[in-house]
Write a protein that binds this ligand. Structure first.
Ligand code: AP5
Length: 215
């Protein structure tokens, strides 16, 4: 299955992608994670992307499309994948169309998660991540067993540099302007399912399970 999870920052795409990856046995391809790894490595792509990410703007379409093409060429993505964070602009939809056409495939399903803005800001402000293994926590909803330390690897947790209130507002603005039109493209293609993501993670996961099993 070739699936896209779309939705505003902090709505729970990464959280639900973990669930869907296990359910469907396909790789979770997050362009945010790919970019953060590139930044951490200090690669040329990472150096170019850093400033955009820290201010909540989108990195240029051609840069992210190249990064995605390289990732989809890996063997584990041959039979299907779950995209999280791509496409985020109409130009990226077109780039993805070209990439898939060259591989003789198309997108099967696009799931759009939604939640009220106040909940999104609460989720992002309370998010803490492990800089070593990438595990994601929340101060109230999903705290680690031992305060401030990753359950999986014992590393001290950090706050993402784009999870400050000013940058969160900018990311939400960019989402409304650049990414909402993407959902309309997929609605017109009749592959869009809209899911209420405002309940707790287990409830949202069961909604997603129902949709992917029925598609
Ligand atoms: P990216 O990493 O993709 O960030 P995002 O889309 O803003 O999404 P997030 O990762 O912040 O949130 P999420 O929806 O995954 O939420 P999560 O599950 O963690 O992109 C970062 C940046 O990279 C962009 O701003 C841009 O600069 C660049 N970029 C990336 N892709 C690009 C592209 N295609 N083009 C151009 N630039 C690109 O959950 C959030 C918190 O809430 C967690 O603490 C979690 O525990 C908690 N939580 C989750 N679900 C629930 C629930 N149901 N109830 C309660 N709490 C919950």
């Amino acid at each position: 299955m070739r699936l896209i999870l779309i939705g505003p920052p902090g709505v729970g795409k990464g959280t639900q992608a973990q669930h869907l990856q296990e359910l469907l046995g396909i790789p979770h391809v997050s362009t945010g994670d790919l970019l953060r790894s590139a930044v951490q490595e200090g690669s040329p792509v990472g150096r170019e992307a850093k400033g955009y990410m820290e201010s909540g703007r989108l990195v240029p379409d051609d840069l992210i499309a190249r990064l995605l093409a390289e990732r989809l060429d890996r063997r584990d993505a041959a039979q299907g994948f779950l995209l999280d964070g791509f496409p985020r602009t109409v130009a990226q939809v077109e780039a993805l169309d070209r990439l898939l056409a060259a591989r003789g495939s198309t997108i099967d399903l696009v799931i759009a998660l939604s939640a009220p803005e106040v909940e999104i800001v609460r989720r992002l402000s309370g998010r803490r991540v492990c800089p070593k293994c990438g595990a994601v926590y929340h101060l109230d909803n999903l705290p680690p067993a031992s305060s401030g330390v990753c359950d999986a690897c014992g590393t001290p947790l950090v706050q993402r540099s784009d999870d400050t209130e000013t940058v969160i507002r900018e990311r939400l603005r960019v989402y409304g302007e650049e990414t909402l039109p993407v959902t309309e493209v997929y609605r017109e293609r009749n592959v869009l399912a809209v899911v209420d993501g405002s309940d707790n993670a287990a409830v949202v996961a069961s909604r997603l399970t129902e949709i992917v099993k029925g598609s």
